[in-house]
Write a protein that binds this ligand. Structure first.
Ligand code: 5GP
Length: 120
């Protein structure tokens, strides 16, 4: 899938749309989800044009991949989530119901999150 540079997270990265920032470095930006599904619901996005995890890991530099995953850990740590625990999740494509076509990792916490998925 080609990257759509008009997607909402691209606009947030360019500063065209505001976000409630949690963490930022040269590799990643983290901000609170606009429609939280848990008391803590934060998104971490890489700085670059990547649609999905497969796209990112195939196309990004090793430095960016490392920096991005460090930023995910740093965001969770900075939110104080290490002790109580948290869940990370990334939706890719239609089956996963990915709404925004820019790779993002969700961080959920702030309550007991229950089982990972409901049974199908
Ligand atoms: P997906 O379903 O693609 O994994 O998740 C997209 C997430 O982005 C959703 O949880 C949705 O609430 C969030 N979202 C969509 N538009 C915006 C926005 O403009 N700002 C923020 N902060 N989050 C957004």
């Amino acid at each position: 899938m080609a990257y759509d540079s008009e997607n909402i997270f691209a606009k947030i990265l360019r500063g065209e749309i505001p976000c409630n920032k949690v963490y930022e470095d040269e590799y990643a930006l983290a901000f609170h989800d606009i429609n939280p599904q848990a008391p803590v619901h934060t998104l971490v996005i890489p700085k670059g044009e990547f649609v999905s995890m497969a796209d990112f890991t195939a196309e990004a530099s090793s430095e960016l991949i490392t920096g991005f995953f460090r930023a995910v850990g740093e965001t969770a740590r900075g939110l104080g989530l290490e002790e109580g625990g948290y869940r990370i999740l990334a939706n890719s494509g239609e089956n996963a119901h990915q709404e925004v076509p820019h790779l993002h990792i969700h961080i959920f916490s702030g309550k007991k999150l229950g089982p990972m998925l409901t049974k199908y």
